[in-house]
Design a protein around this ligand. Structure first.
Ligand SMILES: *Cc1c(COP(=O)(O)O)cnc(C)c1O
Length: 479
């Protein structure tokens, strides 16, 4: 074996105190594996320290993903950290627990399936769950087309421009055309009429979203179902619905149980959600459920025989941690329907409080009047923004100084001139923390209002606007 030149005999530092050791004076490995072992105390310290300065997860109001579980849930999950979900023969109870979770999800979404074990699959998050729902819709469409002797080389699906990035991945990786219905100032959720007008014989499904990542709002699945019923009857097509309920899947059953968005609707054939968002489990966990076994194409179930029995599995991953299944099942038992309801209600209450307080501030404009999920966006008032020397990106930077992560971003195409800020309220974000955040927002704004010169981000925005105005003028002169 060739000797690595950069290797010198090195004392392992085992006997010196951590911060007195030679190892702690060296930089952490970046390109090549270190030559020698390091004592566990020092290795731990080095890894821990590297992540030490990061945001406190509970001050991160950008993420949808669970940052708080109680100590029993944490203990259960830690104790299961070595369990691989795929080893069903070794851990048969985990597989059963997984199936129980799928049953519970299916029933929360009013599944009509009569089988003892409902049809669904675990995923690493909504991304994998959406992929599985999308692939199933594609394969069902393909089988139907083949049977009718029709070409199946140009599949498409329809979704609003408020889609989460996973749908772009789905379109790219499976080469399925994504037809996007623009969100506009008039249509702040999926424009149903426009969505229907984009459907044709090659449409594998329409994907409404419950808890749109960009806005927190819900697409109207019931109206879409009605419109598709009419469309399918008149065209003879068979365009179904996959609901991307990454957030809403765990909010609607508890807070709006009477609202029809789920399997009660005829054309809803599959639903996906993130167990690690409002399912209240640490990452990564997602679920996808089909209305009935018949909607999950057989080609999607793969069998392996080398784990000690014949195991059939649906999913993109093979090995994956089982701890999240224990975490989800624990939450179902620990909280029950009433517990979930209380937690979601309290996240909603804090979100509504923050939303109202922010809407009251003279600089801000709320995007919507009511909240459907515990998250919301807002922008600067148009006339205020014109005069201000700062933008929401500056406010994001300031808030970061106090540890808050409150993202500012521009909206999707067609309303990309709009810059917004978003807050996602999750379990663990209290009313008291909301008050601290509001005080910080007010203080930073008062600093920003004292600025003598415009900020860089403000100057950049002006340049962009100016460019756009010129272009606008130009294109109107009918060159
Ligand atoms: C978060 C989200 C996803 C992706 O979910 P992950 O669980 O992060 O993989 C997909 N769709 C929507 C609407 C989301 O909000």
């Amino acid at each position: 074996m060739k000797e690595n030149n950069s290797c010198h005999t090195d004392s392992c530092g085992c006997t010196t105190p951590i911060f007195g050791s030679e190892r702690m004076l060296q930089s952490a490995p970046c390109e090549t594996i270190p030559c020698h072992p390091t004592s566990p105390e020092i290795a731990y310290q080095m890894v821990k320290d590297e992540t030490f300065a990061q945001t406190q997860p509970r001050l991160n109001l950008a993420t949808f993903v669970t940052t708080y579980m109680d100590k029993y849930a944490t203990r259960l999950m830690n104790e299961a950290i070595a369990v691989n979900y795929i080893d069903e023969t070794e851990y048969p109870r985990v597989a059963v627990m997984n199936a129980k979770c799928i049953n519970i999800m299916a029933n929360l979404w009013n599944s009509p399936e009569q089988n003892k074990w409902k049809t669904g699959a675990i995923a690493i998050g909504s991304s994998e769950a959406c992929m599985l729902g999308g692939v199933a819709a594609w394969l069902r469409w393909k089988a139907r087309r083949k049977a009718a002797g029709k070409p199946c080389d140009k599949p498409n699906f329809v979704i609003s421009s408020g889609y989460q990035v996973v749908w772009e991945k789905f379109a790219q990786l499976w080469q399925i055309e994504m037809r996007t219905v623009p969100l506009t100032h008039e249509h702040i959720t999926l424009d149903i009429e426009k969505a229907i007008s984009m459907c044709d014989e090659n449409t594998i499904c329409v994907v409404p979203i419950q808890g749109v990542t960009w806005t927190g709002l819900n697409d109207d699945v019931e109206a879409l179902n009605q419109a598709l019923e009419k469309y399918n009857a008149s065209t003879g097509h068979n365009v179904p619905i996959h609901v991307d309920a990454a957030s809403g899947g765990f909010i609607l059953p508890f807070l709006q149980p009477e609202k029809r968005w789920d399997f009660r609707l005829k054309w809803v054939l599959s639903i996906s959600t993130s167990g690690h968002k409002y399912g209240l489990v640490y990452p990564g966990l997602g679920w996808v459920v089909w209305k009935d076994k018949s909607y999950l194409p057989e080609e999607m179930s793969f069998s392996v025989n080398y784990l000690g029995a014949n195991i059939t599995q649906v999913g993109l991953n093979f090995s994956r941690p089982a701890a999240q299944i224990l975490g989800q099942y624990y939450q179902f038992i620990r909280l029950g329907f009433e517990g979930y309801k209380a937690i979601q209600q309290s996240s909603m209450a804090v979100a509504e409080y923050l939303h109202a307080e922010i809407a009251k501030m003279p600089q801000f404009h709320a995007y919507s009047t009511t909240l459907e999920n515990p998250l919301f966006i807002w922008s600067l008032k148009d006339d205020y923004a014109k005069k201000a020397k700062w933008t929401l990106f500056d406010l994001q930077d300031r808030l970061k100084q106090s540890g808050w992560m409150v993202p500012a971003y521009t909206m999707p195409k067609d309303i990309e001139d709009m810059t917004v800020m978003r807050i996602v309220v999750r379990q663990g974000f209290s009313r008291d923390m909301a008050d601290m955040l509001l005080a910080d927002i007010k203080n930073y704004i008062s600093d920003l209002e004292k600025l003598e010169y415009p900020t860089e981000s403000r100057i950049a925005t002006d340049k962009k606007d100016c460019h756009k105005r010129k272009w606008h003028l130009f294109s109107h002169t009918g060159r």
